[in-house]
Design a protein around this ligand. Structure first.
Ligand code: DGL
Length: 251
């Protein structure tokens, strides 16, 4: 048993979907979430820079808050930095994210899968290896959708469904430009490989109009985080009062 908080970081609002899924599963856990908004977006930065930022976020989660586990709630940071972090901070447990290509490839009936992520994620070893291993028999259409990151940051915590009509239709147009080519190509699975994108899930589903399933990993990541806490005996003691701290590195 361990009452220390679980740390999360992302370049901004994105990883909050992972954080929320984790708390639904583990409501007794305390958490600290760093949105590195001062350095958002991560998507196009060189790996060395993402490694440096990920190390800084981790040091803060450890030094200021004594976190017992870190969830790298960002596909881009996982792609660039998870090996480095695991080695540098061993034996601290890290949970990382990668696009859910495997379940999408296994479930696809058309044999065509669309993956939306940042350039950094597509350039990483994890993505390449997963694709080579599990998606050999399907066509994977990799689509960089950095515009979605900007739109989610612009929401500033609002739900996309609550935007005024003109703003909503501008966002829908941006989503349409990325999703329609996938639909035209016959994709029946769309993988959200960036934690910002689930915040636009309802718009993506609307554009896909029932012809493609939108797959996002929040629940699977939360399940894995809970499993690791239990396996390492790090769960919060029963009856501990959970506290949640949210930090943004910008104003
Ligand atoms: N939310 C992040 C991800 O999962 C990165 C978005 C960005 O900062 O470019 O990849």
């Amino acid at each position: 048993m361990n009452a220390a908080p679980v740390g999360f970081f992302d370049s901004g609002y994105g990883g909050l979907c992972i954080h929320a899924a984790f708390l639904r599963r583990c409501p007794g856990e305390s958490t600290v979430y760093i949105a590195d908004s001062a350095n958002c977006p991560y998507g196009n930065r060189p790996s060395a820079e993402i490694i440096r930022l990920s190390e800084e976020n981790t040091r803060r989660l450890l030094g200021e808050f004594g976190c017992k586990m870190i969830v790298v709630a960002c596909n881009t940071a996982t792609a660039a930095a998870i090996d480095f972090l695991r080695e540098k901070f061993a034996p601290l447990p890290f949970i990382g994210l990668e696009p859910a290509v495997k379940p999408a490839a296994l479930k696809s009936k058309t044999g065509i899968v669309g993956v939306l992520a940042t350039a950094g994620t597509f350039g990483g070893r994890l993505y390449r290896e997963t694709k080579d291993k599990f998606a050999k028999d399907v066509t994977v259409i990799a689509t960089v959708a950095d515009e979605f990151v900007t739109e989610v940051e612009n929401l500033r915590g609002r739900r996309v469904e609550d935007l005024p009509a003109d703003e909503y239709s501008r966002v829908e147009d941006i989503v349409r430009r990325k999703i329609e080519p996938l639909m035209a190509a016959g994709a029946d699975k769309i993988v959200l490989g960036c934690t910002h994108f689930p915040h636009l899930k309802s718009v993506i589903e609307k554009v896909a109009s029932g012809k493609a399933e939108v797959i996002e990993p929040s629940e699977a990541v939360a399940r894995q985080a809970a499993r690791v806490l239990a396996k390492l005996g790090l769960e919060a003691p029963d009856g501990a009062s959970a506290k949640h701290v949210f930090i943004s590195t910008s104003d």
